[in-house]
Design a protein around this ligand. Structure first.
Ligand code: ADP
Ligand code: MG
Length: 556
């Protein structure tokens, strides 16, 4: 530390580039400081630093290290503690979470101890180094921050335990769903609505969730014990109800139930199976070599949909593509909301069947496939549909949202389905199959743009800049963090980097890749990464215009 102090004082008043000299490693009393990369000028992206506190000094309880979900939670918590300890020291930044607990690289558990990765804006006046200010920042403020966040006598041990307990419970509840024949669970007392479309914190004074007996299940969580709530069964669940009664809010809580939430979020006992995929219409997106024939057939002028590609999908085509892509990667649960669906993909009623003959309508509506999805492919659907009763017959369970509370109206809906015939006829051409994976030409995933400069940049959660491409992500509702987006961009070229020219089963390849430890995924000590879900990585890849897929081999 003394060496760092005198280095910083010796470069006081010099040009910014002299900061480069502090690259290296320094021993402090109870941790090591590593300066990995120093920014080139005060306006470039900030310098990257790491702190490693040995296990003997940080003295984490065993229950913060095992089992694995508790370690992810503890790392997430330590990142938040570090951010909080920085207070108003704006020069120091760590990539820590908000409502969702994620597997981040900002805090890692290594053999040497706990490694915290963060960035520092090294102080300057214009381009002149402020050596004394830098000395105060790195040798006085930073050690205070590190100790406040990490030292056992200073950190909030009870909060750490609560964080780990909550995450362990969510993982256990989620993993227990299938055995109970469920795809999602919403505990009584949960707070589902959020403050606003841009504020993910719980809505204050929300009406807490409460489940009628016929829909209630009791699950066992390792820490919270027995919890009761709404069990969303496998099969087809229809959510109906008047506008503004909380239908979309329920579905949205379920779609984020693939993630773990922090204590106090309101959704910390709301879970969905990890393979649940939200499907929606997204006109304008690209589609690559996808077999859309189960849903779209005989386009005008006989254009085939067996290997369908477009740079500009329509609403119905984009939703059909999203569904086939979800099936390709093995999704077990589909989440669909009328608010974000294409009407002609969802329904085609008797009057329209009478006016426009089947031979003039390329679309086989979802209503004619939803039972096959369940019966032939074992895929469940949770569908919000307040505007049409055509799904009553197919639904196993019908939940009416009323004043933000679920009611079981299954029997009533089934009676109505018998009494009021829809008079429509089913329009599925051939039996539904899960599509075979397409092959990917890896050289098409090149982040070097035309001018040869590598570019991978997340514009928040709105878009990913990848080479010369900009992938619009606004329809990928299950993304929750910009660092997921950046990590997806960094991981996309991985199969090519491993020397593969083509990948036959892309989801399987990336599933294996994503299961690896961080040090195998990323070489640089980058602290701004979040392990993405396979579903989201594939969703970005499927929308990347420059990506080249080959149609699935059909002969097997
Ligand atoms: P729907 O899809 O049925 O039209 P939404 O789910 O969009 O209704 O909900 C309508 C509004 O009610 C939203 O602003 C939402 O935040 C709010 N809301 C939903 N559930 C609750 C609740 N449990 N308590 C308070 N407000 C809620
Ligand atoms: Mg709605």
């Amino acid at each position: 530390m003394k060496r760092l102090q005198s280095l910083l004082l010796s470069i006081d008043g010099k040009g910014y580039k002299a900061y480069r000299q502090i690259t290296g490693e320094y021993a402090f009393d109870d941790f090591r400081l590593l300066v990995d990369h120093v920014q080139g000028d005060p306006f470039a992206s900030p310098s990257r630093l790491r702190v490693v506190m040995p296990w003997s000094e940080i003295a984490l309880p065993d229950r913060a290290r095992v089992p694995a979900p508790r370690a992810v939670a503890a790392r997430d918590w330590l990142g938040r503690a570090f951010r909080q300890a920085t207070g108003d020291t704006e020069e120091v930044r760590i990539d820590a979470g908000r409502q969702t607990v994620l597997d981040r690289t900002s805090v890692l558990f290594t053999d040497a101890g706990v490694e915290v990765r963060f960035t520092v804006n090294l102080p300057a006046k214009g381009r002149t180094i402020l050596g004394k200010t830098a000395r105060d920042l790195l040798c006085r403020t930073l050690p205070r921050v590190v100790r406040r966040a990490l030292r056992p006598e200073q950190r909030d041990e009870a909060a750490l335990t609560r964080h780990c307990d909550a995450v362990e419970d969510q993982v256990a509840l989620r993993e227990g769903l299938v055995a109970r024949g469920l795809v999602a669970f919403v505990a009584d007392g949960a707070c589902l609505p959020r403050r606003s479309g841009v504020d993910d914190r719980p809505l204050e004074e929300a009406v807490p969730a409460r489940t009628p007996e016929s829909l209630a299940v009791e699950l066992e969580a390792p820490n919270a014990g027995a919890v009761t709530g709404l069990g969303v069964s496998a099969g087809i669940t229809l959510v109906v109800g008047g506008g503004f009664h909380g239908k979309s809010t329920l579905l949205s809580a379920i779609q984020y139930g693939v993630y773990d939430h922090v204590p106090g979020d309101g959704r910390e006992l709301v879970v969905a199976t990890g393979d649940a995929v939200k499907l929606r219409a997204e006109d304008g997106r690209a589609v690559h070599a996808m077999d859309l024939s189960p849903f779209i057939n005989e386009l005008p002028y006989g254009k085939s949909t067996r290997e369908f590609s477009t740079e500009l999908a329509s609403g119905s085509t984009s939703q059909a593509a999203a569904l086939q892509e979800a099936l390709e990667l093995g999704a077990g649960t589909l989440l669909v909301d009328e608010d974000t669906s294409a009407t002609n993909f969802m329904i085609r009623d008797a009057r329209m069947q009478a006016l426009v003959a089947k031979r003039d309508e390329p679309i086989t509506p979802f209503v004619d496939r939803i039972a096959e999805l369940r019966d032939r492919l074992g895929v469940s659907t949770v569908l919000v549909m307040g505007g049409s009763g055509d799904y009553f017959g197919a639904a196993d369970t019908v939940i009416q949202m009323h004043d933000y509370q679920p009611r079981d109206v299954t029997a009533e809906a089934h009676r109505i389905a018998r009494e009021y015939r829809t008079d429509r006829h089913t329009e599925a051409p051939q039996p539904l199959e899960r599509p075979c994976p397409r092959a990917l030409v890896t050289r098409s995933l090149d982040p070097a743009g035309r001018r040869g400069k590598r570019r991978i940049k997340a514009r928040g959660m709105e878009a990913l800049e990848f080479g010369d491409d900009v992938v619009d992500l606004r329809a990928l509702e299950q993304l929750v963090d910009a660092s997921q987006v950046r990590t997806i961009g960094i991981l996309l070229p991985a199969p090519g980097a491993e020397g593969l020219l083509e990948v036959d089963d892309v989801p399987a390849w990336f599933r294996g890749h994503l299961a690896q430890p961080w040090e195998a995924l990323i070489r640089r000590p980058d602290g701004d990464l979040v392990r993405p879900r396979l579903q989201d990585l594939m969703a970005v890849l499927n929308r990347l215009r420059s990506a080249r897929f080959r149609p699935a081999a059909r002969d097997h």
